[in-house]
Every structure is written in C-alpha cells, then in structure tokens.
Ligand binder design. Structure first.
Ligand code: ADP
Ligand code: MG
Length: 463
C-alpha cells in the first residue's frame, strides 16, 4: 500500500501546514530540511543535527503533528549530511555545514535589512570554510549553537575556546561573527584583546572623554567576541574593565565568546574573579589535528585560494607540519607566490627546497610528552617509572617538575593532558610550573640550563 503514497506531496502538505502555523519567515529561518526520500510510512529529511536541535527546542512536535494530521501513524526520520572530503586516507573528517543537497546554513541570507559588514571579519573565515575534524568538532558544535542562538543557552555563556597557536581559534570565532552578521540584526562586537587594551589605554592616557564611548561600545553589544584573552595577563585595570563589561553583558543575557592559548584556570596573572567568570560557561579546546584533518584543511585552503597543488606536495606539507595550521597556510602561500612569480609548475623537489625553513622550525618536530620524559630521565640517570612514579625524593621531584614545565613550554598540550601522562592532575602540573618559575627567579643559571635542555630535546626529536 505504501508504494502508492506520494510522499513528496505529503511532505509539501506538511510544510504548508507548518508554514501556516508559524509563518513563512520563521519556517524558512529554522526549518532547513530537505526531502531525501521515504520508506515504510516514514518521510526522510536531510539536515544537520543542529537544525534538529533548533526545531525541537523552538517547535517541539510541530512537524510530526502536522504530518500525522494528514496521515495518521506516519513519522519523520532525519539523516545528517556528513560530506566526505576528497582524500582516500581520511576518515571522520567533515566540512562544517556544507552539502550540495542542503542549503548550507552558513550561506543563508534572509535578513530583510541590508547590513554593512563589519570590516573586522574576514570574508573567508566562515563555517563553510572550516573543516571539522576530531580535534575541533566540539568547539565547532558549540560555536554553531552560539552563532544560531546567541545568549539563549546560559551554559554556553561565555563560550571559551582555547588551544595552541595557529590551530583555528580566530577563524572559528570570526565564523560566529560572520554568521550572525549574515543572519540576524544582532550587534556583534569583535576585538582582539590587544586592541581592547590599546583602546582602553588611549582612553585613560590620551582622552578621558573617550571612555564613555569605549564602555558603551562594548556594553551595548549583543554579542561580544574577544580574541586572545591571555594578552590581558598582568594588565590589571584593563582586566577590571573587562570584568565590569562581562557582568553587564551577562546580566542582560548577551552572548560572549573568548579565545585563549590555554585553559582559563591557567591564566595566573588574571584576577581570580575574572578568571572564574571566563571559565564559568563552556570551555572547549582545539587540539592538534591528525594527518587526515590537516590534509582536508589544506585541500580546503587550496580550494578557497583557487590554486592547485599535486597530492604529493600536499602530503609533503602535511607530513612535515604537524602542530600549526597557520604554518601550513604559510607554506601554501609561499608555493603559490613562487608559482605566480615564475609561472613554473611546482615539482616535489622545488617544494621541498622552498619549504625547508618552515619544516625546520622546532615547533614542527613531533615532540611528545613521553619523549620529554624519556630524555630527562636519561639526563638525570633515572628511569621513566621514577619520573612518573610517586617518590617524593628530591633527586626525583626536581626532574619530574622540570619535565612537566618543559612539556608545557614546548608543546601545545594542556596542563590536564600533561598531568595524565604523569599520572597526576592538572593542579600538580601547575604547582610544578610554579616551582620551576621560582627556581628561575632565585637561581641565575637555571634559565640557561633549562634552555640547553630544551635544545637537546628539540634536537633529539627532529626525525
Ligand atoms: P589561531 O587563532 O588558533 O592562532 P587561526 O584561526 O588564525 O589560528 O588559524 C590559522 C590558519 O589556519 C587560518 O588561515 C585558518 O583559516 C586556518 N585553519 C585553522 N583551522 C582550520 C580548519 N579547521 N579549517 C580550515 N582552516 C583552518
Ligand atoms: Mg588567533
């Protein structure tokens, strides 16, 4: 019997019913669904998990009810688009919110007002251009929730995204800004922390009358996005200003987004009351991407830059640059520039030669916490078990603290990740870092000794 049912028509009728209930504008805004087929009295719709969340929150049951009004016992099933990027090696790598069959959320333009785009957002820093991998999927999800519903969910306020240099924090928060600018009339204010600080200082030192405008600009925003909050360490008055801004915005349920190079808890030179607030919403890290994700990101960049590179060169870059996407992009720019300048096709040999300096940067070595422990235990005549073990003997505690300190200095692992390797929690790592910092203050040779040790570790880590 079900073979005779015109499911597409049924779906069109359901849409018409929902539209008549909530209005066409809201329907178009939230119901980004596409008829993808049907089976056994079930209509299958293609969409994204976020869209389903939105619909469930805003209009629970409306789709099912409208459908069942016309065809009792019928149901709806969602399938999620997870397009695969062209790379035979990869698994589990998705491009955010893109698929040809469904209108990408990031491209929806339906605001009736023509808005001038804020110049502080780079056009290419969109969700569409952001590759989702295992290293950033939670951060992207949260960013999308916030972009679609700023300030609504209190547990997402503030959204605090942290991670090492060049891992895509700025791109992601700019994507939030771009998305909101495209899709709503909310007033988004974006600033780097450095800019915030400089503006603040100018108000104090140059012209006090500017302070009113400064305060107003930030406190009257609907969404405040502040990049690189760690820059505020040790800058007490600016911290106080941000603290007050935070409170004002939080009270009026305005969304805030921050990025940082480390978890809020590690911002030792930020006043505790501000630090606590920064970490009071949702904190998510962006980790170092795996090879497959790096490959997909580079492919995406190549696509947006409308350039071309052979697979062996993409592979060369991804294998040699492991910890910093920005360096991968620099490598790409360098090859692109050379190609344009010389009009020559880039071979693997040319690429290798052009990129050798970038590849030699110490950050590109694959230094692991384990390799640091290995080298330090050897240097101190200890075993790895000594370093990871429980002994409180002085001759073991110091190298252990040193290993934790150096791990924090030369890798992008968080204190919690470092703690895990040492069978300890993050507070022990923080304590060790403090202990070594103190030794550095009290002992003039400590610094150069540590630097030598770091150089040894780097040298031994270069493959
Ligand atoms: P951060 O702010 O963490 O230092 P950025 O956001 O400046 O890093 O990213 C550095 C470069 O890497 C940018 O060109 C950005 O577009 C690119 N990038 C990083 N992660 C991704 C990703 N997942 N997808 C696409 N591009 C990315
Ligand atoms: Mg940045």
């Amino acid at each position: 019997m079900s073979e005779n049912i015109d499911y597409k028509f049924l779906w069109a009728e359901t849409v018409a019913k929902v539209k008549s209930e909530i209005g066409e504008k809201d329907f178009n805004r939230w119901f980004k669904l596409e008829f993808a087929g049907a089976s056994k009295n079930t209509i299958i719709l293609a969409t994204s998990p976020l869209v389903v969340d939105q619909i469930n929150n805003r209009y629970p049951g409306i789709l099912e009810n409208s459908l069942q009004n016309q065809a009792a016992g019928f149901s709806i099933k969602f399938v999620f688009n997870e397009p695969v990027i062209e790379n035979p090696n990869e698994q589990n790598v998705k491009t955010s919110l893109t698929k040809k069959t469904t209108q990408p959320i990031a491209n929806v333009r339906e605001s009736p007002n023509i808005k001038t785009k804020m110049s502080c957002f780079l056009d290419e820093y969109t969700f569409t251009n952001y590759v989702i991998g295992e290293n950033n999927e939670f951060a992207v999800n949260a960013a999308q929730v916030v972009a679609q519903n700023p300030g609504v969910n209190i547990s997402y306020n503030p959204l605090f995204i942290y991670g090492g240099v060049g891992l895509g924090k700025t791109h992601l928060i700019q994507a939030i800004g771009n998305y909101i600018n495209e899709n709503s009339d909310h007033k988004v204010v974006y600033t780097s922390c450095e800019e915030f600080f400089n503006e603040f200082i100018a108000c104090i030192n140059v012209d006090k009358s500017l302070m009113k405008n400064f305060k107003r600009k930030y406190r009257e925003s609907d969404i405040l996005i502040v990049d690189d909050i760690h820059f505020l360490e040790g800058k007490e008055r600016a911290q106080e200003e941000l603290f007050n801004t935070f409170n004002a915005l939080y009270k009026s349920k305005k969304q805030m987004v921050f990025t940082c190079d480390r978890p809020a808890i590690e911002l030792k030179k930020i006043a505790e009351r501000l630090r606590t607030r920064l970490g009071s919403g949702i904190s998510i890290d962006i980790k170092i991407p795996k090879y497959e994700t790096r490959y997909a990101i580079l492919n995406k960049k190549i696509e947006t830059m409308k350039t071309e590179l052979t697979k062996d060169i993409i592979d060369l870059i991804c294998k040699n640059i492991k910890t910093n996407i920005r360096d991968m992009v620099s490598a790409l720019n360098k090859l692109n520039g050379y190609q344009k300048l010389t009009n020559k096709k880039i071979t693997l040999e040319i690429a290798q030669d052009l990129l050798k300096d970038i590849f030699a940067s110490p950050y590109q070595t694959n230094i692991t916490i384990e390799s640091i422990i290995h080298i330090i235990s050897f240097q101190f005549g200890l075993t790895i078990n000594d370093i990871k073990g429980k002994s409180r003997k002085k001759n073991i505690v110091y190298p252990r603290q040193l290993a934790m300190y150096i791990a924090r200095q030369i890798t992008t692992f968080t204190v919690s990740e470092i703690g895990n390797v040492f069978n300890r929690d993050h507070s022990t790592v923080l304590h060790s870092i403090d202990a070594i910092e103190e030794r550095k203050l009290n002992n003039p040779h400590e610094e150069s000794y540590i630097n030598d040790l770091i150089n040894t570790i780097k040298e031994q880590s270069i493959k």
